[in-house]
Ligand binder design. Structure first.
Ligand code: B12
Length: 232
C-alpha cells in the first residue's frame, strides 16, 4: 500500500489488521490501537487472543528494537501508552470470566523500577482467572509490601522487576519476610524479563514465572497445594 494512502483498519483482514496493529504500537498510535482492539473483539476474537497476538506480540518487537538501540525511551513510552489503552479495553472483559474465587494476590513493581506493563498484564490475567488482585503500582519499598500484606492478608505476593539493577531488591523483601518470621505465610511469585528460574530459587521465591499465563497456572497450583496442606 502506498505511504500516502490512508489505511482503513476495519477493511483489513484479521491477519493484516494484527500486523498493522504491531506497526501502530511501534509508532505509539493510541487511537489506532484502541480502534484495532475493538475491531478484533467485534469480529469475535477472545480478549486473550487480542492481548497476546496483537498487543503483547507487538510490544515484543518494540522491546527488541529498544534493546538494539533502534528505538529510544520517548518512543517506547508512546508505545507503552498505546499498549495500555488497548489493555484498558480488555481488562474488564478478561476479568469477566465468572471464574470461581481462587485466592488473593498483592502485586507490585519493586523499588527503583517504573516498568509496569508486565505487572499490569499479570494482574489482569490473574483477575480473569478468579483471583482478587491488589495492585501496589510501581517503585515499592519493602515497607509498602509489608503494609499491604498486613492489611490485605493475601495468599500470594507478586513482585516485578525489569532492570538488572532492581531485581536484587526482591531478595531484600524476601529476607525481610524471613526475618519477621512471615515468609511461610505467603506464596512469593516473581517475574520480569531479566529474571530466570535460577534467580527465583536463589532469592528464595516460590516460583519465577516467565509470563502471565505461567503466573496464573503456577498460582493455581501453589494456592491449591497450600489449601490442601492447611486442611490436611
Ligand atoms: C516499555 C519499556 C520501558 C518503558 C516503561 C513503560 C511502562 N509503563 O512500563 C520506559 C520507556 C518508561 C522504560 C524506561 C527504562 N527502561 Co525500559 N524497557 C521497556 C521494554 C521495551 C518493554 C518492557 C515491557 O513492557 N514488556 C512487555 C511486558 C508484557 O513483558 P514483561 O514486562 O517482561 O512482563 C511479562 C513477564 O516478564 C512476566 N512478569 C512481569 N512481571 C511479573 C511479576 C510477577 C509477579 C510474575 C509472576 C510475572 C511477571 O509476565 C509479564 C506478562 O507476560 C523493555 C525491553 C524488554 N525486552 O523487556 C525495556 C528494558 C526493561 N528497559 C531497560 C532500561 C535500561 C530502561 C531505562 C533504565 C532506560 C533509561 N536509560 O532511562 C529506564 C528505567 C526507568 C526505571 N527506573 O524503571 C532495559 C533493562 C536492561 C537491564 N539489563 O536492566 C530493557 C531490557 C531494554 C534493553 N536495554 O534491552 N522502559
Amino acid at each position: 500500500m502506498a505511504d500516502d494512502e490512508e489505511i482503513i483498519l476495519s477493511e483489513l483482514s484479521d491477519d493484516e489488521l494484527v500486523l498493522q496493529m504491531h506497526d501502530d504500537l511501534y509508532d505509539g498510535l493510541k487511537d489506532e490501537i484502541e480502534e484495532g482492539t475493538n475491531i478484533l473483539l467485534g469480529r469475535g476474537w477472545t480478549p486473550y487472543d487480542v492481548l497476546t497476538k496483537a498487543l503483547v506480540a507487538g510490544m515484543k518487537i518494540v522491546g527488541d528494537d529498544f534493546r538494539d538501540g533502534i528505538l529510544f525511551v520517548p518512543e517506547v513510552l508512546l508505545s507503552a501508552n498505546a499498549m495500555k489503552s488497548g489493555m484498558f479495553i480488555l481488562k474488564p472483559l478478561l476479568a469477566e470470566t465468572g471464574a470461581p474465587r481462587m485466592g488473593k494476590m498483592v502485586i507490585g513493581t519493586v523499588k527503583g523500577d517504573i516498568h509496569d506493563i508486565g505487572k499490569n498484564l499479570v494482574a489482569m490475567m490473574m483477575e480473569g482467572a478468579g483471583f482478587e488482585v491488589v495492585d501496589l503500582g510501581i517503585n515499592n519499598a519493602v515497607e509498602k509490601y509489608l503494609a499491604a500484606l498486613d492489611s490485605e492478608k493475601p495468599d500470594i505476593l507478586g513482585m516485578s522487576a525489569l532492570l538488572t539493577t532492581t531485581m536484587p531488591y526482591m531478595k531484600v523483601v524476601i529476607d525481610t519476610l524471613k526475618e519477621k518470621g512471615m515468609r511461610e505465610d505467603y506464596i512469593v511469585l516473581v517475574g520480569g524479563a531479566p529474571l530466570n528460574e535460577e534467580f527465583g530459587r536463589a532469592i528464595g521465591a516460590d516460583a519465577y514465572c516467565r509470563d502471565a499465563a505461567v503466573a496464573v497456572e503456577t498460582a493455581k497450583t501453589l494456592v491449591s497445594r497450600k489449601h490442601n496442606q492447611l486442611s490436611a
